[in-house]
Design a protein around this ligand. Structure first.
Ligand code: NAD
Ligand code: MG
Length: 382
Protein backbone atom coordinates (compact mmCIF):
# COMPACT_ATOMS: atom_id res chain seq x y z
CA UNK A 1 0.00 0.00 0.00
CA UNK A 2 1.49 3.36 -1.05
CA UNK A 3 1.90 6.03 1.60
CA UNK A 4 1.54 9.66 0.56
CA UNK A 5 2.45 13.06 1.98
CA UNK A 6 0.07 15.58 0.40
CA UNK A 7 0.93 19.28 0.20
CA UNK A 8 -1.85 21.62 -0.96
CA UNK A 9 -4.56 19.15 0.12
CA UNK A 10 -7.47 21.62 0.18
CA UNK A 11 -7.07 22.73 -3.46
CA UNK A 12 -8.34 21.33 -6.74
CA UNK A 13 -5.48 18.85 -7.25
CA UNK A 14 -5.30 18.07 -3.52
CA UNK A 15 -8.96 17.08 -3.34
CA UNK A 16 -8.67 14.96 -6.51
CA UNK A 17 -5.56 13.26 -5.07
CA UNK A 18 -7.65 12.28 -2.06
CA UNK A 19 -10.33 10.89 -4.45
CA UNK A 20 -7.62 8.65 -5.92
CA UNK A 21 -6.32 7.69 -2.46
CA UNK A 22 -9.88 6.86 -1.31
CA UNK A 23 -10.57 4.73 -4.39
CA UNK A 24 -7.27 2.86 -4.21
CA UNK A 25 -6.97 2.68 -0.43
CA UNK A 26 -3.71 4.62 -0.10
CA UNK A 27 -2.54 5.75 3.30
CA UNK A 28 -2.18 9.52 3.75
CA UNK A 29 0.67 10.28 6.14
CA UNK A 30 0.41 14.07 6.14
CA UNK A 31 -1.83 16.87 4.87
CA UNK A 32 -0.76 20.49 4.43
CA UNK A 33 -2.49 23.60 3.10
CA UNK A 34 -2.65 27.37 3.52
CA UNK A 35 -5.59 28.23 5.77
CA UNK A 36 -8.81 26.34 5.05
CA UNK A 37 -9.58 24.84 8.48
CA UNK A 38 -13.00 23.42 7.59
CA UNK A 39 -11.78 21.37 4.63
CA UNK A 40 -8.57 20.11 6.22
CA UNK A 41 -10.41 19.12 9.41
CA UNK A 42 -12.76 16.92 7.35
CA UNK A 43 -9.78 15.47 5.47
CA UNK A 44 -7.97 14.69 8.74
CA UNK A 45 -11.05 12.95 10.17
CA UNK A 46 -11.38 10.81 7.05
CA UNK A 47 -7.74 9.98 6.26
CA UNK A 48 -6.20 10.06 9.78
CA UNK A 49 -2.74 11.37 8.86
CA UNK A 50 0.01 11.46 11.50
CA UNK A 51 0.82 15.11 10.70
CA UNK A 52 -0.98 18.17 9.35
CA UNK A 53 0.05 21.76 8.74
CA UNK A 54 -1.52 25.09 7.87
CA UNK A 55 0.70 28.00 6.82
CA UNK A 56 -1.55 30.53 8.53
CA UNK A 57 -0.69 30.56 12.26
CA UNK A 58 -4.18 31.47 13.49
CA UNK A 59 -5.83 28.84 11.32
CA UNK A 60 -3.30 26.24 12.55
CA UNK A 61 -4.06 27.13 16.19
CA UNK A 62 -7.78 26.75 15.49
CA UNK A 63 -7.19 23.40 13.77
CA UNK A 64 -5.18 22.12 16.74
CA UNK A 65 -8.16 22.71 19.03
CA UNK A 66 -10.63 21.18 16.58
CA UNK A 67 -8.70 17.91 16.17
CA UNK A 68 -7.52 17.61 19.77
CA UNK A 69 -9.44 14.30 20.03
CA UNK A 70 -7.19 12.73 17.35
CA UNK A 71 -3.53 11.66 17.54
CA UNK A 72 -2.57 13.98 14.59
CA UNK A 73 0.22 16.50 15.27
CA UNK A 74 -0.54 19.95 13.85
CA UNK A 75 2.19 22.32 12.65
CA UNK A 76 2.12 25.85 11.27
CA UNK A 77 4.02 28.09 8.87
CA UNK A 78 5.91 27.12 5.74
CA UNK A 79 8.23 25.05 7.97
CA UNK A 80 5.17 23.02 8.93
CA UNK A 81 4.47 22.37 5.24
CA UNK A 82 8.10 21.36 4.71
CA UNK A 83 7.91 19.03 7.71
CA UNK A 84 4.82 17.33 6.28
CA UNK A 85 6.54 16.81 2.93
CA UNK A 86 9.97 15.76 4.17
CA UNK A 87 9.62 14.17 7.61
CA UNK A 88 6.26 12.38 7.45
CA UNK A 89 6.44 8.70 6.55
CA UNK A 90 4.99 8.73 3.02
CA UNK A 91 7.44 7.48 0.41
CA UNK A 92 5.81 9.83 -2.12
CA UNK A 93 5.34 13.55 -1.57
CA UNK A 94 2.70 14.95 -3.90
CA UNK A 95 3.11 18.70 -4.11
CA UNK A 96 -0.02 20.50 -5.25
CA UNK A 97 0.70 23.81 -3.54
CA UNK A 98 0.00 26.76 -5.84
CA UNK A 99 2.86 29.13 -6.63
CA UNK A 100 6.58 29.22 -5.96
CA UNK A 101 5.85 28.97 -2.22
CA UNK A 102 6.06 25.25 -3.02
CA UNK A 103 9.75 25.43 -3.94
CA UNK A 104 11.28 25.10 -0.46
CA UNK A 105 8.97 22.21 0.56
CA UNK A 106 9.83 20.44 -2.73
CA UNK A 107 13.57 20.85 -2.13
CA UNK A 108 13.22 19.64 1.46
CA UNK A 109 11.27 16.56 0.35
CA UNK A 110 13.82 15.80 -2.40
CA UNK A 111 16.67 16.12 0.09
CA UNK A 112 14.81 13.75 2.43
CA UNK A 113 14.80 11.18 -0.41
CA UNK A 114 11.05 11.27 -1.15
CA UNK A 115 9.71 10.37 -4.58
CA UNK A 116 8.22 13.63 -5.86
CA UNK A 117 4.88 13.76 -7.69
CA UNK A 118 4.82 17.34 -8.89
CA UNK A 119 1.71 19.33 -9.76
CA UNK A 120 3.29 22.54 -8.50
CA UNK A 121 4.84 23.67 -11.81
CA UNK A 122 6.01 27.04 -10.42
CA UNK A 123 8.56 25.04 -8.39
CA UNK A 124 10.34 23.90 -11.56
CA UNK A 125 9.97 27.23 -13.28
CA UNK A 126 11.38 29.28 -10.40
CA UNK A 127 14.05 26.83 -9.27
CA UNK A 128 14.45 24.26 -12.04
CA UNK A 129 18.19 23.88 -11.64
CA UNK A 130 18.01 23.64 -7.84
CA UNK A 131 15.30 20.97 -7.95
CA UNK A 132 16.76 18.85 -10.76
CA UNK A 133 20.29 18.99 -9.28
CA UNK A 134 18.95 17.95 -5.86
CA UNK A 135 16.89 15.14 -7.43
CA UNK A 136 19.96 13.79 -9.25
CA UNK A 137 22.10 14.05 -6.11
CA UNK A 138 19.52 12.21 -4.01
CA UNK A 139 18.59 9.82 -6.82
CA UNK A 140 14.87 10.54 -6.53
CA UNK A 141 12.44 10.67 -9.47
CA UNK A 142 10.43 13.79 -10.28
CA UNK A 143 7.12 12.44 -11.59
CA UNK A 144 4.85 14.84 -13.48
CA UNK A 145 1.23 15.37 -12.45
CA UNK A 146 0.53 18.15 -14.96
CA UNK A 147 -1.56 16.44 -17.67
CA UNK A 148 0.66 17.50 -20.61
CA UNK A 149 3.83 16.35 -18.88
CA UNK A 150 2.25 13.13 -17.74
CA UNK A 151 1.27 12.55 -21.39
CA UNK A 152 4.85 13.18 -22.59
CA UNK A 153 6.20 10.98 -19.79
CA UNK A 154 3.80 8.18 -20.79
CA UNK A 155 4.69 8.53 -24.51
CA UNK A 156 8.40 8.35 -23.68
CA UNK A 157 7.96 5.11 -21.72
CA UNK A 158 7.66 3.26 -25.03
CA UNK A 159 10.86 4.74 -26.50
CA UNK A 160 12.67 2.23 -28.69
CA UNK A 161 16.43 1.64 -28.50
CA UNK A 162 18.60 4.31 -30.16
CA UNK A 163 15.63 6.57 -30.76
CA UNK A 164 16.19 10.31 -30.85
CA UNK A 165 13.45 12.58 -29.62
CA UNK A 166 13.07 15.45 -32.09
CA UNK A 167 10.17 17.46 -30.76
CA UNK A 168 7.69 17.77 -27.92
CA UNK A 169 4.27 19.10 -28.89
CA UNK A 170 2.43 20.62 -25.95
CA UNK A 171 -1.30 20.89 -26.45
CA UNK A 172 -3.17 23.92 -25.10
CA UNK A 173 -6.92 24.33 -24.81
CA UNK A 174 -6.52 28.00 -25.76
CA UNK A 175 -8.51 29.02 -22.68
CA UNK A 176 -11.70 31.11 -22.67
CA UNK A 177 -10.28 33.82 -24.97
CA UNK A 178 -9.11 31.74 -27.92
CA UNK A 179 -9.71 33.66 -31.17
CA UNK A 180 -10.28 37.03 -29.47
CA UNK A 181 -8.77 40.21 -30.91
CA UNK A 182 -6.72 42.69 -28.89
CA UNK A 183 -9.66 45.10 -28.86
CA UNK A 184 -11.86 42.37 -27.39
CA UNK A 185 -9.20 41.37 -24.84
CA UNK A 186 -9.06 44.96 -23.59
CA UNK A 187 -12.59 44.59 -22.23
CA UNK A 188 -12.56 41.10 -20.68
CA UNK A 189 -13.49 40.76 -17.02
CA UNK A 190 -12.42 38.44 -14.21
CA UNK A 191 -15.68 36.49 -14.55
CA UNK A 192 -14.97 35.95 -18.28
CA UNK A 193 -11.41 34.82 -17.53
CA UNK A 194 -12.59 32.30 -14.93
CA UNK A 195 -14.77 30.44 -17.46
CA UNK A 196 -12.36 27.75 -18.64
CA UNK A 197 -13.76 25.73 -21.56
CA UNK A 198 -12.58 22.26 -20.50
CA UNK A 199 -10.87 22.06 -17.09
CA UNK A 200 -12.12 22.88 -13.59
CA UNK A 201 -9.09 24.17 -11.63
CA UNK A 202 -7.93 26.59 -8.94
CA UNK A 203 -8.29 30.33 -9.70
CA UNK A 204 -4.61 31.13 -10.25
CA UNK A 205 -4.06 28.48 -12.93
CA UNK A 206 -7.43 29.31 -14.53
CA UNK A 207 -6.25 32.90 -15.06
CA UNK A 208 -2.85 31.60 -16.25
CA UNK A 209 -4.76 29.55 -18.82
CA UNK A 210 -6.66 32.63 -20.01
CA UNK A 211 -3.40 34.59 -20.53
CA UNK A 212 -1.64 31.44 -21.87
CA UNK A 213 1.08 32.05 -19.25
CA UNK A 214 0.21 28.53 -18.11
CA UNK A 215 1.49 27.14 -21.43
CA UNK A 216 4.66 29.20 -21.01
CA UNK A 217 5.13 27.74 -17.52
CA UNK A 218 4.57 24.27 -18.98
CA UNK A 219 7.18 24.86 -21.68
CA UNK A 220 9.77 25.66 -18.98
CA UNK A 221 8.53 22.72 -16.88
CA UNK A 222 9.09 20.41 -19.88
CA UNK A 223 12.64 21.74 -20.41
CA UNK A 224 13.55 20.70 -16.86
CA UNK A 225 11.59 17.46 -16.66
CA UNK A 226 12.70 16.04 -20.01
CA UNK A 227 16.10 17.74 -20.36
CA UNK A 228 15.32 19.21 -23.80
CA UNK A 229 16.10 22.61 -25.32
CA UNK A 230 13.25 25.17 -25.50
CA UNK A 231 13.46 25.10 -29.32
CA UNK A 232 12.43 21.45 -29.30
CA UNK A 233 9.06 22.37 -27.82
CA UNK A 234 6.11 23.44 -29.95
CA UNK A 235 2.68 24.50 -28.77
CA UNK A 236 -0.53 23.61 -30.58
CA UNK A 237 -4.01 24.77 -29.61
CA UNK A 238 -6.36 21.82 -29.27
CA UNK A 239 -9.80 22.96 -28.12
CA UNK A 240 -11.20 19.58 -27.06
CA UNK A 241 -8.44 18.83 -24.47
CA UNK A 242 -8.48 15.14 -25.44
CA UNK A 243 -4.94 14.82 -26.82
CA UNK A 244 -2.89 15.72 -23.74
CA UNK A 245 0.43 16.15 -25.61
CA UNK A 246 2.63 14.46 -28.20
CA UNK A 247 6.25 13.56 -28.91
CA UNK A 248 7.97 13.21 -32.26
CA UNK A 249 10.94 11.00 -33.05
CA UNK A 250 13.57 11.76 -35.69
CA UNK A 251 11.81 9.48 -38.20
CA UNK A 252 8.81 11.89 -37.89
CA UNK A 253 6.68 9.33 -36.07
CA UNK A 254 4.40 11.18 -33.63
CA UNK A 255 3.08 9.50 -30.46
CA UNK A 256 0.24 10.97 -28.41
CA UNK A 257 -1.58 10.22 -25.15
CA UNK A 258 -5.37 10.72 -25.13
CA UNK A 259 -8.08 10.79 -22.51
CA UNK A 260 -10.87 12.91 -21.11
CA UNK A 261 -9.80 16.09 -19.29
CA UNK A 262 -9.74 14.53 -15.81
CA UNK A 263 -6.71 15.17 -13.58
CA UNK A 264 -7.32 12.01 -11.57
CA UNK A 265 -5.61 9.93 -14.25
CA UNK A 266 -2.26 11.81 -14.28
CA UNK A 267 -2.43 12.08 -10.47
CA UNK A 268 -2.96 8.34 -10.14
CA UNK A 269 -0.26 7.46 -12.68
CA UNK A 270 2.31 9.60 -10.81
CA UNK A 271 1.45 7.65 -7.66
CA UNK A 272 1.26 4.15 -9.16
CA UNK A 273 4.17 4.47 -11.63
CA UNK A 274 5.66 2.16 -12.87
CA UNK A 275 2.34 0.28 -12.57
CA UNK A 276 -1.06 1.08 -14.04
CA UNK A 277 -4.43 0.30 -12.43
CA UNK A 278 -8.09 1.02 -13.27
CA UNK A 279 -8.85 4.68 -12.62
CA UNK A 280 -11.97 6.85 -12.13
CA UNK A 281 -11.37 8.40 -15.58
CA UNK A 282 -14.24 7.74 -18.00
CA UNK A 283 -13.41 5.48 -20.94
CA UNK A 284 -12.72 7.44 -24.14
CA UNK A 285 -15.22 6.83 -26.91
CA UNK A 286 -13.83 8.54 -29.99
CA UNK A 287 -17.15 8.56 -31.85
CA UNK A 288 -18.61 10.49 -28.94
CA UNK A 289 -15.77 13.03 -29.20
CA UNK A 290 -16.24 13.17 -32.99
CA UNK A 291 -13.69 15.78 -34.03
CA UNK A 292 -10.28 16.76 -32.76
CA UNK A 293 -9.15 20.22 -33.91
CA UNK A 294 -5.70 21.81 -33.91
CA UNK A 295 -4.67 25.45 -34.44
CA UNK A 296 -1.57 27.61 -34.34
CA UNK A 297 -1.35 29.65 -31.13
CA UNK A 298 -1.84 33.40 -31.41
CA UNK A 299 1.57 34.59 -30.19
CA UNK A 300 0.81 38.24 -30.88
CA UNK A 301 -2.27 38.66 -28.71
CA UNK A 302 -1.05 36.13 -26.10
CA UNK A 303 2.59 37.16 -25.59
CA UNK A 304 3.01 35.19 -22.32
CA UNK A 305 4.12 32.06 -24.22
CA UNK A 306 7.06 33.93 -25.77
CA UNK A 307 7.82 35.73 -22.50
CA UNK A 308 8.40 32.30 -20.95
CA UNK A 309 10.23 30.83 -23.96
CA UNK A 310 12.64 33.78 -24.00
CA UNK A 311 13.08 33.58 -20.23
CA UNK A 312 14.21 29.94 -20.27
CA UNK A 313 16.50 30.67 -23.22
CA UNK A 314 18.17 33.42 -21.17
CA UNK A 315 18.25 31.10 -18.15
CA UNK A 316 19.58 31.99 -14.68
CA UNK A 317 17.03 33.83 -12.60
CA UNK A 318 14.96 35.08 -15.55
CA UNK A 319 12.41 32.21 -15.47
CA UNK A 320 12.03 32.79 -11.72
CA UNK A 321 11.57 36.50 -12.38
CA UNK A 322 8.81 36.10 -14.97
CA UNK A 323 7.09 33.48 -12.81
CA UNK A 324 7.11 35.69 -9.72
CA UNK A 325 6.04 38.78 -11.67
CA UNK A 326 3.17 36.72 -13.08
CA UNK A 327 2.15 35.47 -9.62
CA UNK A 328 1.76 39.09 -8.49
CA UNK A 329 0.12 40.32 -11.72
CA UNK A 330 -2.28 37.35 -11.71
CA UNK A 331 -3.22 38.16 -8.08
CA UNK A 332 -3.76 41.88 -8.83
CA UNK A 333 -5.99 40.97 -11.78
CA UNK A 334 -8.03 38.65 -9.53
CA UNK A 335 -8.33 41.51 -7.03
CA UNK A 336 -9.66 43.80 -9.78
CA UNK A 337 -6.64 46.12 -9.51
CA UNK A 338 -5.22 45.71 -13.03
CA UNK A 339 -6.66 44.83 -16.43
CA UNK A 340 -6.18 41.60 -18.34
CA UNK A 341 -3.74 43.10 -20.85
CA UNK A 342 -1.67 44.68 -18.09
CA UNK A 343 -0.66 41.19 -16.95
CA UNK A 344 1.85 40.50 -19.80
CA UNK A 345 2.83 44.17 -19.93
CA UNK A 346 3.81 44.29 -16.25
CA UNK A 347 5.57 40.91 -16.35
CA UNK A 348 7.83 42.06 -19.22
CA UNK A 349 8.57 45.42 -17.61
CA UNK A 350 9.28 43.96 -14.15
CA UNK A 351 11.52 41.21 -15.52
CA UNK A 352 13.89 43.85 -16.92
CA UNK A 353 14.98 44.41 -13.31
CA UNK A 354 15.82 40.74 -12.69
CA UNK A 355 19.39 40.12 -11.54
CA UNK A 356 21.66 38.56 -14.17
CA UNK A 357 23.03 35.55 -12.29
CA UNK A 358 23.51 32.26 -14.18
CA UNK A 359 24.26 30.27 -11.03
CA UNK A 360 21.74 30.91 -8.32
CA UNK A 361 20.76 29.75 -4.83
CA UNK A 362 17.38 29.32 -3.16
CA UNK A 363 17.94 32.66 -1.43
CA UNK A 364 18.48 34.34 -4.84
CA UNK A 365 15.11 32.96 -6.01
CA UNK A 366 13.37 34.17 -2.86
CA UNK A 367 14.97 37.63 -3.21
CA UNK A 368 13.91 37.76 -6.88
CA UNK A 369 10.37 36.94 -5.80
CA UNK A 370 10.27 39.93 -3.43
CA UNK A 371 11.82 42.26 -6.03
CA UNK A 372 9.46 41.21 -8.82
CA UNK A 373 6.37 41.57 -6.64
CA UNK A 374 7.52 45.08 -5.64
CA UNK A 375 8.14 46.04 -9.28
CA UNK A 376 4.72 44.82 -10.43
CA UNK A 377 3.01 46.71 -7.61
CA UNK A 378 4.97 49.84 -8.52
CA UNK A 379 3.87 49.50 -12.15
CA UNK A 380 0.28 49.12 -10.95
CA UNK A 381 0.78 52.22 -8.71
CA UNK A 382 -0.08 50.29 -5.56
P1 NAD B 1 -5.73 25.57 -5.72
O1 NAD B 1 -5.66 27.04 -5.55
O2 NAD B 1 -7.04 24.93 -5.94
O3 NAD B 1 -5.05 24.86 -4.46
C1 NAD B 1 -3.81 25.26 -3.96
C2 NAD B 1 -3.48 24.56 -2.67
O4 NAD B 1 -2.22 25.08 -2.18
C3 NAD B 1 -4.50 24.78 -1.55
O5 NAD B 1 -4.58 23.62 -0.77
C4 NAD B 1 -3.88 25.91 -0.73
O6 NAD B 1 -4.28 25.91 0.63
C5 NAD B 1 -2.41 25.55 -0.84
N1 NAD B 1 -1.48 26.67 -0.64
C6 NAD B 1 -1.55 27.91 -1.16
N2 NAD B 1 -0.50 28.65 -0.77
C7 NAD B 1 0.25 27.83 0.00
C8 NAD B 1 1.45 27.99 0.71
N3 NAD B 1 2.11 29.17 0.73
N4 NAD B 1 1.96 26.94 1.38
C9 NAD B 1 1.28 25.75 1.40
N5 NAD B 1 0.13 25.54 0.76
C10 NAD B 1 -0.38 26.57 0.08
O7 NAD B 1 -4.72 25.22 -6.92
P2 NAD B 1 -4.75 23.95 -7.89
O8 NAD B 1 -5.57 24.27 -9.07
O9 NAD B 1 -5.00 22.72 -7.10
O10 NAD B 1 -3.23 23.95 -8.41
C11 NAD B 1 -2.17 23.53 -7.59
C12 NAD B 1 -0.90 23.42 -8.44
O11 NAD B 1 -1.11 22.39 -9.42
C13 NAD B 1 -0.57 24.68 -9.23
O12 NAD B 1 0.82 24.81 -9.34
C14 NAD B 1 -1.15 24.42 -10.61
O13 NAD B 1 -0.49 25.12 -11.63
C15 NAD B 1 -0.93 22.92 -10.72
N6 NAD B 1 -1.86 22.24 -11.65
C16 NAD B 1 -3.20 22.26 -11.40
C17 NAD B 1 -4.08 21.62 -12.25
C18 NAD B 1 -5.56 21.61 -11.97
O14 NAD B 1 -6.29 20.94 -12.72
N7 NAD B 1 -6.04 22.25 -10.95
C19 NAD B 1 -3.58 20.96 -13.39
C20 NAD B 1 -2.21 20.94 -13.61
C21 NAD B 1 -1.35 21.58 -12.73
MG1 MG C 1 -1.34 21.41 -17.75
Amino acid sequence: MKKINLLGSTGSIGVQTLDVARARGYKIESLAAFSNVDIIEKQIREFKPAYAALVDEKAAADLKVRVADLPVKVYSGLEGVSFCGAEAEGEITLNSVVGMAGLKPTLDAVNAGKIIALANKETLVAGGKLVTDAAKKNNVPLLPVDSEHSAIFQCLLGAPRNSALKRIILTASGGPFFGKTRAELEKVTLADALKHPSWSMGQKITIDSATMFNKGLELIEAVWLFDVSPDMIDIVVHRESIVHSLIEYDDNSVIAQLGHPDMRLPIQFAITYPDRFPSPEKQLDLWEVGNLSFYKPDYENFPCMDICRNAIKKGGLIPAAVNCANEEANLLFRQGKISFLQIPEFISKAAEYAPDKPDYTLQDVLDTDILMREKVRELASI
